[in-house]
Design a protein around this ligand. Structure first.
Ligand code: SAH
Length: 541
């Protein structure tokens, strides 16, 4: 990680940019651009340092302003506890620094970070300093801002969702409550070592008329509990510890003030965690809305490449699932040219990837949608129809049953008797459509403009796959690709997935699984991403 050839900082420690081997996922910044434009959000300006709150961990709790600045800055400095999805927005050519840790595990000294911020800004770069939660809540943001302004550097502070509200919301613990708490205090668990006067006044805290939220209090728990009780807070007052709030690994442990230290020790509580003391905790698990999500905590693997996978993963996450995305297959062009479309009366598109291939095929010939003007367009299902629509092509036929057989039925139902047909599908796809239409007397050209290739699995992805409650297959080729990748790891696909429930998007995919010795636990109906989500809920909740 640490590139020792390009040191930066005060000289006491090396601070070097992280290597940027992983390229950011494409497409993420585009939607953001549109949103930023509609909200009139400017981009990061040269020579300015932005102290930006990154929220408590859930990427959904990052502000739009924060995302926009991260996506446009020349340099981004972050520490631990910052959502990876936010860092994925950093431009490939921008520099990324992890100042949470240097190579040997120590933190980068605050003065080194400050010196680096000043230097970069004075070099005329736009600099984002990302901080967990809110920069002004126990984040030393005030000190950093003072140093920047003193050094004559322009700066902006972007508020973030502090963990004290973000993690409590995710834990279903209201910070205030009309009947139970009319105030909330954010308190640091450890005092400032050099300045005891900024430490806590335990008597005032004990008498505080509301909820106490302690940050950085894991180590100091015994002190916190003892001092609060010694100064008059009831030993029976409800208390909770929220670890890694808002993340997939969030854990909420509930107890009473006097029991806090023992319970925390027993549960093996670790930072980052908040300690909450107050009657609002006494509402118990009744407000634990996360636990009520249909797929709460279920581990689901999505085997689908590209934007479609991201959308499916997003839906599953909103339902509470812990989702891992397996690329499984990548689509590559075959080099085949799109056949001439003049005189063609039906163009069939067999998958979302085929829709992409059709658009690319037109562009490669210097053509556009007008080349399709004489033909009806048939999509195999709603997902493919959506993909076509992104290119401005509205499919004339979208069968209710999203399989080739359904498409044939739809052609019949529409009373079409196509004479010249082009079928855009992956190389090696099912011949059924072309064969049937040919048998009916049509002249059919299969345009296999693209093909799929299995994407190897990393060891980590293999582990995720085997630990999953369910794995979702959205195509037969994805099933074959995963099987191929498993064999590459020396694993027999059927044995490797014996403990994991497989869900197929439709009968063709189910058949492909059967051929691999894998019995799907469910087959989606309708054979669409929505159907896949519904089948997963039925299976796991
Ligand atoms: N500026 C941050 C706080 C920085 S101090 C904010 O506004 O949230 C670091 C402390 O914040 C941690 O020790 C922990 O007490 C708390 N914290 C940060 N993220 C958290 C999370 N996701 N869940 C629970 N506590 C968190």
């Amino acid at each position: 990680m640490l590139d020792r050839e390009e040191p930066r900082g005060t000289g006491k420690h090396f601070i070097a940019p992280q290597s940027r081997a992983a390229t950011p996922r494409p497409g993420t910044a585009n939607g953001l651009e549109e949103l930023a434009t509609s909200l009139r959000l400017g981009q990061a300006e040269p020579g300015v340092v932005y102290l930006v709150g990154a929220g408590p961990g859930d990427p959904g709790l990052v502000t739009v302003r924060a995302a926009r600045l991260v996506a446009t800055a020349d340099v981004v400095l972050h520490d631990l506890l910052v959502a990876q999805e936010l860092l994925d927005l950093v431009r490939p050519e921008a520099e990324l620094y992890d100042v949470g840790k240097v190579g040997d595990g120590r933190h980068v000294a605050q003065e080194d970070t400050n010196a680096l911020l000043v230097r970069l800004a004075k070099e005329g770069r736009s600099v984002v300093r990302l901080k967990g939660g809110d920069p002004f809540v126990f984040g030393r943001g005030g000190e950093e801002l003072a140093e920047l302004l003193e050094a004559g550097v322009r700066a902006e502070v972007v508020a973030g969702v502090t963990s004290g509200t973000g993690a409590l919301a995710a834990a279903g613990i209201p910070a205030t409550h009309r009947l139970l708490a009319s105030a909330v205090a954010f308190v640091t668990g450890h005092g400032h070592n050099d300045k005891p006067e900024t430490g806590r006044d335990w008597a005032s805290l004990a008498h505080f008329p509301g909820t106490l939220v302690f940050y950085m209090a894991v180590k100091a728990l015994p002190t916190v509990a003892r001092e609060l009780m010694a100064h008059g807070r009831s030993a029976d007052e409800p208390a909770a510890i929220v670890e890694r709030g808002t993340s997939d690994e969030q854990r909420v442990t509930r107890t009473t003030l006097s029991e806090l230290p023992r319970v925390a020790r027993q549960a093996g509580v670790r930072a980052p965690a908040l300690v909450v003391v107050g009657d609002v905790v006494g509402l118990g698990t009744a407000l634990d809305w996360r636990a009520l999500r249909p797929l709460d905590g279920r581990r689901v693997v999505v085997t689908r490449a590209g934007a479609a996978a991201a959308q499916l993963a997003g839906r599953l996450r909103s339902l509470g699932a812990i989702v891992a995305e397996l690329p499984a297959i990548r689509t590559i062009p075959t080099g085949v040219e799109l056949p001439a479309l003049a005189g063609v009366d039906l163009v069939c598109v067999a998958s979302p990837a085929a829709a992409d291939a059709l658009a690319a095929g037109l562009a490669a010939k210097g053509q556009d949608l007008r080349a399709l003007h004489g033909a009806a367009v048939a999509a195999v299902g709603p997902g493919t129809a959506d993909a076509l629509l992104r290119y401005g092509i509205r499919a004339d036929l979208v069968p209710a049953r999203a399989v080739t057989e359904g498409l044939l039925e739809a052609i019949d139902a529409a009373g079409l008797t196509p004479q010249r047909v082009v079928v855009v599908q992956a190389r090696g796809g099912r011949p059924l459509l072309a064969d049937t239409l040919t048998a009916r007397g049509a002249s059919v050209t299969v345009a296999d403009l693209h093909q799929t290739e299995p994407e190897p699995l990393t060891a980590e992805q293999l582990a995720e796959l085997q630990a999953a409650d369910a794995v979702l297959f959205a195509s037969g080729s994805a099933a074959k690709a995963v099987a191929h990748a498993l064999r590459e790891h020396g694993a027999d696909p059927a044995a490797a997935l014996a403990q994991v429930r497989s869900v197929a998007i439709g009968p063709t995919t189910a058949q492909a699984l059967h051929e691999l010795g894998i019995t799907p636990a469910a087959v989606a109906d309708p054979h669409t991403p929505d159907g896949l989500v519904a089948a997963t809920i039925a299976l796991l909740s």
